[in-house]
Design a protein around this ligand. Structure first.
Ligand SMILES: [Zn+2]
Length: 371
């Protein structure tokens, strides 16, 4: 699990003359029945040590040995993805187990490499999930490929559909209908109280709604307008389904919702009437001015750059001194990662995209500006 808070902590590191070894692994047991991930790590580690500059080699080797020792004991709490960030020079060590696998990657950089973690946090926004039927309303929260049940509100009255009243008369049926509506309304009212508390406490903005068509429609009618506007997707599921069945049903809905939000946001980025920065150079200038509201990055793009050894300014690759303070610049291999860190550190939102031809044309990075 990685939280926004932890991401912010990682993003706050300054670029220094130290080496962070950052490992990202797919440890999904279905794809690694014989713990093949350990061999993959060892291969990447060997290449990394071979390619390290002479002055780095020893330090990088030390962190890799620490990681190897940790991995060979088969760590507890493993899920499908594992990230390890180690910098023995600074006594820094972090392990993250995630429900979504990473692409295998080993990166040595001057500070924590956060792109894969930022992408995960961004792509798997938290949603409040409601699953409703006649006598029941479940409240759940999604967290990066996982789902937790928060509350299960159900009526202690029997479901009138299967109730004792076996009468087939019109009057009986009418009574049963009325009774059912009453039960349903009171359950939904109680669930609504839970929803309001959870949304406020967890700062969640989006709601997904599951259940039969009829139950969802009735539930939506009981929602006050501000909450109804937060329902961004719906899906069919039985309320008695367990957590993983619900998660399976809502994953594609969630991905569709994210995709649509991203497309809309990208349209904003290329809207000439808005204040935007396109391309590395303009975005870095905007970051320097603290003027980035939201940044978009193509996840597969890698670009080098430079950072000032004194003031920390980030610029496209340059062999001249810092444009801001005149000090010497340091070469940076993974510039977009540093741009992401700077943006997160400044409290800007970062959106990672897998595919966006328009963004690719301008170098894989763009930003909507604050002013
Ligand atoms: Zn400078």
């Amino acid at each position: 699990m990685i939280t926004r808070h932890e991401l912010k902590e990682l993003a706050s590191f300054e670029i220094e003359d130290v080496n962070f070894v950052n490992l990202f692994l797919n440890v999904d047991p279905t794809e690694n029945p014989k713990d093949e991930w350990l061999v993959r790590f060892k291969n990447m580690a060997r290449d990394t040590i071979n390619n390290a500059k002479p002055d780095q080699k020893k330090k990088v080797q030390k962190d890799i040995e620490l990681i190897e020792k940790y991995l060979s004991d088969k760590p507890e709490g493993m899920k499908r993805g594992m990230a390890i960030i180690s910098c023995s020079e600074k006594g820094f060590w972090r392990v993250y187990h995630t429900a979504i696998p990473f692409l295998n990657k080993l990166v040595v950089d001057h500070d924590p490499f956060i792109k894969p973690l930022a992408a995960m946090v961004d792509l798997y926004q938290r949603y409040l999930v409601m699953v409703v039927d006649n006598t029941r309303a479940k409240v759940l929260i999604t967290r990066i490929g996982e789902i937790d049940e928060v509350n299960d509100v159900s009526s202690n009255l029997e479901d009138p559909n299967t109730g004792k009243d076996g009468s087939k008369s019109d009057a009986g049926a009418h009574r049963a209908d009325k009774q059912r509506d009453k039960v349903q309304k009171s359950v939904y009212k109680d669930a609504l109280k839970v929803v309001e508390v959870v949304l406020a406490e967890e700062g969640i903005k989006r709601i997904l709604l599951g259940g039969t068509d009829r139950s969802r429609a009735i539930f939506k009618d009981t929602l006050p307008l501000p909450l109804r506007e937060r329902v961004v997707g719906e899906f069919v599921v039985e309320a008695k389904s367990n957590k993983s069945e619900i998660l399976e049903r809502l994953m594609p809905v969630m991905q569709g919702v994210e995709y649509n939000f991203e497309r809309k946001a990208l349209d904003g980025l290329f809207d000439l009437n808005k204040g935007t920065a396109l391309g590395l150079s303009d975005v870095l200038t905007a970051l320097q001015q603290g003027n980035v509201h939201k940044m978009y990055v193509l996840s597969h793009v890698t670009t080098p750059g430079s950072s000032c050894t004194q003031c920390g300014a980030l610029t496209p690759e340059r062999d001249r001194p810092c444009p801001y303070c005149g000090s010497t610049m340091r070469h940076i291999n993974y510039m977009l990662d540093h741009a992401i860190q700077r943006a997160i550190d400044q409290g800007a939102r970062v959106d990672m995209l897998d595919e966006a031809p328009r963004l690719e044309k301008v170098g894989g990075i763009g930003a909507v500006l604050r002013y």
